[in-house]
Write a protein that binds this ligand. Structure first.
Ligand SMILES: Nc1ncnc2c1ncn2[C@@H]1O[C@H](COP(=O)(O)OP(=O)(O)OP(=O)(O)O)[C@@H](O)[C@H]1O
Ligand SMILES: [Mg+2]
Length: 250
């Protein structure tokens, strides 16, 4: 079975898409065939990291969920769009930015199981070595079903009480769903916080491994969703930390 890594957080804007896109590139750098899935149908963005802006004219995950096509027909090979293309392949399953399709998704016209079922088939059909799923924050049923089939769940949080509360709920749910491996990544930590202290505190509150504590980074903020920080600024601490995380996933 192809391992599935789900990137999730309780709150919006914790850095899920940035981490998912850059992590997928690093995994492909290691020679793997990686499927990168934009399962944040409310706030799609993964296409932007690869310079794809004409997403409305392509098949998207929304079309698969609504029963208009197979998931494999949505996958787009973005390997050669990446600066210094990776040794492996990166196949992106984008989500639609079209208002009608976002509304269609919000109305919930499909069974919540459709996404998790599609991922297993996609892995076989495209001969994938690894799947990385970027999710919508919070507790939707389709995200929980995806967590239920995940081999690794990477939960992002910021050092904030609401994040601590919500992350506790997520860990509880993920454990009940049988998630075998839950790892925490603390992002956007103010520069005057000591990373080691934050890591110890978070690990002791949640009794789960903390894979990284990442400070706020001006360069990452500048790059935003417009590019890949592992290529543009490969030596910033976040890029180095992500290389370590990628190495531990394979
Ligand atoms: N450590 C960091 N330092 C500075 N900016 C960061 C950091 N991490 C992420 N960002 C920025 O925060 C913004 C939100 O990141 P991103 O879109 O990856 O979050 P998200 O969790 O996917 O959001 P959403 O919940 O809306 O999908 C982006 O502009 C990103 O570049
Ligand atoms: Mg996102």
């Amino acid at each position: 079975m192809t391992p599935i890594t789900v990137i999730h957080s309780f709150r919006r804007g914790t850095g899920k898409s940035s981490i998912a896109a850059n992590l997928a590139v690093l995994l492909a750098d290691g020679g793997l065939r990686v499927g990168l899935i934009d399962a944040n149908m409310q706030s799609p963005s993964l296409n932007l990291f690869f310079g794809i802006h004409d997403i409305d004219y392509r098949l998207t995950i929304n079309d698969y969920l609504a029963g208009r096509c197979e998931l494999r027909m949505v996958a787009t090979d973005v390997t050669n769009r990446i600066q210094s293309p990776p040794a492996g392949r990166l196949l992106l399953v984008p989500a639609s930015g079209e208002t009608e399709k976002i509304l269609e998704n919000l109305r919930g016209v499909y069974r919540a199981e459709t996404l998790s079922e599609g991922l297993a088939t996609l892995a076989d059909e495209l001969n994938l070595d690894m799947i990385v799923v970027d999710t919508a924050s919070g507790l939707s049923e389709e995200t929980l079903l995806t967590i239920a089939i995940a081999d690794h769940v990477l939960l992002l949080l910021r050092p904030d009480h609401q994040d601590y509360y919500g992350t506790g709920v997520l860990i509880d749910l993920a454990q009940r769903l049988g998630a075998p491996d839950i790892r925490l990544l603390v992002n956007e930590v103010p520069l005057n916080f000591d990373a080691g202290e934050v890591a110890l505190r978070v690990a002791s509150v949640f009794s789960q491994p903390v894979v990284a504590v990442l400070h706020h980074s001006e360069s990452l903020q500048l790059i935003g969703s417009g590019g890949l920080f592992v290529r543009r600024t490969p030596n910033i601490p976040i890029a180095r930390a992500l290389r370590q995380i990628a190495a531990e996933l394979v």
